[in-house]
Design a protein around this ligand. Structure first.
Ligand code: EPZ
Length: 418
């Protein structure tokens, strides 16, 4: 890789075994949750990615001490004293918005740079703020800073209009130290919510209903430190599985909780793959061209995840017929279409749908990653393409992939460097 570019000469087949890195979207809310307890936390299998590094900068800003031992992260929150989250990290990264709930829960005050949108959508936080206000928080905006205070943090009956992952996380993080009972109706059921609840429970929180639309929290006075193993990243795993299908290869992915993959194994079989799986591993083998998928819609868990939509789009561009994908979660998820078209894909799209002709013979090109998941999908497409592809904008991919070169080498891919 030179600078922020990756060069891949295809076609190559994915053939290998990989222990999948820790999950970005499980690690970030768990890092925020550590602020709710006083002590020394140990997090195993934590992904060393730029989004985690940014979050750690903010924890250090807040007064915590942080230390890596390989993939084990040690966080000492006994010296937390600052409720003002600094601008640089937060401004760069949306997912710091989960600091709202945890800092409010611990310090009853919080100031964070207003978390803006990103390339996949406007990313509003109205559901976060409405839920936190029902727990007693009061918010005001000072220029670009969102300021929250709470005199009396109390339980509430909260109804989410949409099962927002981030809003569910923020409300949980504030409710665990609130006085009384909080019920979250219409809660997100993503695996990352289940992991956050399991982590908070290890800290001494009283929560039930994880993985269902109704979460019940009984507030406690104090929470303590805990040790936890971050699960492997289901989206990284799913992306490599689609890469194995596109390259007619085979892959065995280890340490991947099968329960976190939802309906994905069944979809891979519908596309023509041989799929074997048990609790914490999945194996796929593809010996022919992918079958098309006449209609698929992205949806909250256990539906097909929006974060895998780009990788599916790339795979279906090589399928033996026409496919149709409807994107119902984010309004800007099809930026990758123009890049795949440079590689020979035949796709027509509107804001919320893509019609994929299939049967594309992908060829190398210079393409641009505009966001994390689209960038990873372009890398999978480059493996299947004839000739050399240069993927620019690799800084986006590094937000979620610890070492994609190492992963691809484990999966039998030769990275062609200039
Ligand atoms: C989380 O984002 C993930 N990020 C996203 O992954 C993932 O795509 C998304 O959940 C859906 O699964 C992290 O976990 C850090 P949402 P989040 O709140 O919490 C609307 C990646 O690449 N909405 O469930 O922001 C929103 O506009 C990232 O790893 C409101 O309208 O997702 C969107 O249309 C991308 N008001 C929908 O809900 C709100 O207050 C889904 O958002 C909140 C959300």
């Amino acid at each position: 890789m030179d600078g922020n570019k990756l060069y891949i000469r295809g076609p190559q087949r994915i053939q290998g075994e990989l222990l999948v890195q820790g999950s970005k979207n499980a690690a970030l809310p768990i890092l925020a949750a550590t602020l709710l307890g006083k002590g020394i936390f140990i997090l195993h299998h934590c992904p060393q990615i730029s989004d985690v590094e940014h979050m750690l900068e903010l924890l250090i800003d807040a007064g915590c001490k942080v230390h890596w031992e390989g993939h084990m992260l040690i966080i000492d929150t006994r010296t937390l004293q600052n409720y003002r989250v600094s601008g640089n990290g937060a401004g760069k990264m949306r997912s710091t918005v989960t600091l709202l709930g945890s800092i409010l829960g611990r310090m009853h005050k919080v100031e964070i740079p207003y978390p803006g949108g990103c390339t996949i959508g406007e990313r509003p936080i109205n559901l976060h703020l409405k839920g936190l206000e029902q727990l007693g928080a009061v918010f005001e905006y000072q220029e670009h800073t969102l300021c929250g205070t709470v005199d009396f943090l109390h339980g509430a009956q909260i109804y989410l209009d949409f099962p927002s992952v981030g809003a569910t996380e923020n409300i949980l993080l504030a409710a665990v130290l609130a006085e009384g009972i909080t019920t979250i109706h219409g809660a997100a059921m993503e695996p990352e919510i289940v992991e956050l609840v399991c982590f908070l429970r290890k800290m001494g929180a009283h929560i039930s209903g994880e993985g269902t639309p109704v979460l019940l929290v009984e507030g406690v006075k104090k929470l303590h430190a805990a040790e936890y193993i971050i699960p492997s990243d289901r989206i990284v795993a799913g992306t490599y599985l689609f890469g194995a299908l596109m390259t007619r290869g085979e892959a065995r992915l280890l340490h991947v909780p099968l329960a976190h993959l939802g309906t994905l194994p069944e979809l891979l079989e519908r596309m023509g793959a041989v799929v074997e799986a048990e609790d914490d591993w999945i194996y796929v083998k593809m010996e022919r061209q992918c079958s098309p998928i006449p209609y698929l819609v992205t949806a909250p868990f256990p539906g097909f995840p929006t974060d895998l939509q780009s990788a599916l789009l790339a795979a279906l561009s090589t399928a033996s017929g026409t496919s149709f994908i409807e994107e119902k979660i984010f309004e800007e998820r099809f930026q990758i279409v123009a890049e795949l078209q440079k590689m020979g894909a035949s796709i027509a799209n509107g804001d919320s749908f893509a019609l994929i002709d299939g049967d594309a013979k992908l060829h190398g090109a210079t393409v641009e990653a505009k966001e994390l998941r689209g960038g990873a999908a372009l890398i999978m497409a480059a493996l299947a393409a004839e000739g050399e592809t240069c993927i620019q904008g690799m800084e986006y991919v590094q937000r979620g992939y610890e070492d994609i070169n190492k992963d691809l080498l484990s999966l039998g891919i030769v990275i062609y460097c200039t």
